[in-house]
Design a protein around this ligand. Sequence first.
Ligand code: ZN
Length: 244
Amino acid sequence: MNKHLQSLIQIANLDKQIDDLEPKIAQARKELDSKIAQKTSTLRAIGALQDQNKNLQHEINENDRLIHETSARLESIAKKQQEVRNEKELRALSVEEDIAKENLTLANEQIQKLQTIQKARNDEIAQLQGSISELDSQISELEQSTQSAVAVIKQEQQEIFKQKQEIIAKSDIKSITFYEKIRRWAKNTSVVPVFKQACGGCFIRLNDRTYAEVLSDENSIVTCPHCGRILYPSNKQSYKECVQ
Ligand SMILES: [Zn+2]
């Protein structure tokens, strides 16, 4: 097999190895990322509860205002009752007094109800804040272990990258540039074997002339006329032999 093609197969294989390590980095970060997501959603829940408590406080204040108003009203009724002149006036004032007292009772009950809900919300907030501090310590622990795990994988990638650079340094620049251009769209299937006279990338059958070119040992790079990927013969020399 020609030397240029052999380098490209090796480079393509190393590129694939570098890419294959990416999901490992994501995997290493998985637990940390999930704890961070958990913290974010807990903070959001606390915020929602605090908003609810603010609304409850508005309602409590409104009822407080009603109580003050009604108390003032009762005072004025009491005054009027002392100056009452006839039975009719007395009855009217008594009805007014009853209504005011009932409103006072209702407002007080309402405040009690609202404060009970508010307290339950506050308990919930305190509990969530407790789990936030727990999450914080888990996150800082995970950050350390994740950092070292990711560093190991990155180091591995770096070593493969170095191998790739060494091959590139010894290769023909033109064919490398050509490969990089194809790689932009074909990613890890930029250099593919030909199986049973068909392209290993798009699987379309090659015409006899192209197939003969792939099989020949000439010093040229042959591409698939259908998809444009770089081809190499799978029957002549196996991919494995090539990358060893
Ligand atoms: Zn093809």
